[in-house]
Design a binder for this molecule. Sequence first.
Ligand SMILES: [Zn+2]
Length: 399
Amino acid sequence: MTVTGDQHLVKQINKSLVLETIRWHSPISRAQVSQVTGLNKGTVSSLVNELIQSDLVRETGPGQSSGGRKPLMLLFHHLAGYAIGVDLRVDSISAVLTDLQGNIIERTEQPLQTNDVEKVCSILKDAIHSLIAKAPESAYGVVGIGVGVPGIVDENGTILFAPNLKWQNVPLQHVLAAEFQLPVVIDNEARTGAQGEKQFGAGQESSNLVYISVGHGIGTGVVMNKELYKGSRGFSGEAGHFSIETNGELCSCGNRGCWELYASEKALFRQAARLTEVQQQLRQTGKDSPDMELLVSLAANGNAAVIGLFQQIGMYLGIGITNLINIFNPESIILGNRMTIAQPWIQETLFHTVAERALPYHQQQLQILFSQLGMDSTVVGAASFAISQFFTRTKVLVD
Ligand SMILES: [Zn+2]
């Protein structure tokens, strides 16, 4: 039988639909796949057989029956391949090896004492090599690499501008693809974190959400109608640089009074460094500047000045979040990255500010959540980009 171009395309689309259905609903029977996809049972059976042959789907024991013979259940074979996810931060590199379902199998953390491009790239390559070496035997091996970076990235995976790293025009995708001969996805760390929480974390049930990464700076990732919103050139989400003080301080982006100057770690540490108790602790521990661990331990011991600073951060976070709620009317706001460690001290003023200021209709059916993946939102999101790209490519794997 000759297969025309159109038939070939239809088969590709159907096969991908069947695979996605099994991927997100397993264990599932052939009859259920047929119900969910609307494809007839014969088509589903033949596509499932091909997916079993290509090791992406496996069969398991009989499931629940509504009478008659119990059906064999289908499982997505999440160990058919692996992906690398990286969170490139200003002061460290966090990298993981995940299976095709985003479960973390191995991880490595490397501190960065420099932001020199060549040195950082060399540490990054070593970290990725070490994880690839640990990937178990599988049908597809390591299928790709995803990296979240604290900056603006173009469609070729070049970091155009990362103010906190002081990087400009670094062709990271090209550098990593040349080193590893694997597909590489580079995206902004906050959008990558949004992807992680949407696919595998606190945002799985939300079609419209805003993920807010509060670390050294602030970035956001917006999911609209289940899709990550990119903007015309992929630069969306720089909410950390919207002004909340007209004549505020000058920001590294060129604007004044940016949100991240009042609500990020940068803002917190700068103010904390002026507190006598903090200065005392720094002298005792030999550290140059305050960090999250130090401030959280002081707050946990009831230090009123530090608790006051956290409450102020919560209030400023609430102001920016109010703006985002009024613009996007999301189902969920998800807070992620390092500031979430201070959840017990920031959440009250944050919730209070939003309750007081956001438009009342926008507050109905809105939930403000803290990330479910903790500090792993970005690494898991980065791996998820690589996995999604792999499944887009496997659509082509039709005879
Ligand atoms: Zn700015």
